[in-house]
Design a binder for this molecule. Structure first.
Ligand code: GRF
Length: 198
């Protein structure tokens, strides 16, 4: 998993795989962060999971690390850097991200963390929620795999919306990551790549 922040999604996935026990399709073998102080790295260390601070995003260095740790799939959760193109290509169909809004709305460069929820509240949207999507070479543009809707109530603050969306992320992401690692997700089967209606 790649993460720049607190790592609550990492925690949710770890707990989900724990609960699956022997039927878990994978284990978290590496946590990589561009931020030395990321809580995600601490959570990994506490579980004895290899954790690496990689402040540069050179594709060759990243690919070498991934190979060294025999990484088969990648889940991004709050990772704030663009993934180098060579890494995107190497993990085509094996790398997903979670975004805290209903893409294609409220996505793209600059749309991360509290910025997303502030924009949602300012827009007057009545619903929001996380999107899990394939990772492409552009921010938040890969085909959508699954979304979950949560309400935005009148008078909600961005912080209230953020907490509600995060709870939905923790229900959605572990399930999608499980499917990914179990080989149950196919790029062709995602909504954005289905053939157009006749
Ligand atoms: C989540 O809201 C995720 O959707 C976004 O960054 C946040 C990461 O939270 N991309 P955490 O580090 O998993 O707690």
């Amino acid at each position: 998993m790649f993460a720049s922040g607190g790592g609550s999604n990492l925690q949710a996935i770890l707990e989900h795989f724990d609960a699956l026990g022997a039927s878990a399709p994978a284990r978290i073998a590496l946590v990589l962060s561009d931020r030395k102080a990321a809580g995600a790295l601490d959570r990994a260390k506490a579980r004895g999971i290899p954790s690496i601070w990689l402040p540069r995003d050179r594709a060759s260095e990243m690919l070498a690390l991934l190979q060294q740790h025999a990484i088969t799939h990648i889940a991004l959760a709050g990772y704030l850097r663009l993934i180098p193109a060579d890494v995107v290509r190497a993990y085509e169909g094996r790398m997903v991200n979670i975004h805290p809004a209903l893409l294609p709305a409220f996505g793209g460069p600059g749309m991360y963390g509290h910025h997303v929820h502030e924009a949602v509240v300012a827009s007057g949207a009545r619903t929001t929620g996380p999107t899990v999507h394939w990772v492409s070479e552009h921010y938040d543009e890969g085909a959508i795999i699954e979304q979950a809707e949560v309400p935005v109530h009148p008078g909600d603050t961005a912080a209230q919306v953020s907490a509600r969306v995060l709870e939905a992320e923790h229900a959605l992401y572990p399930r999608v990551v499980e499917s990914l690692c179990a080989g149950r997700l196919s790029r062709a089967g995602t909504a954005a790549e289905s053939p157009p209606p006749p």
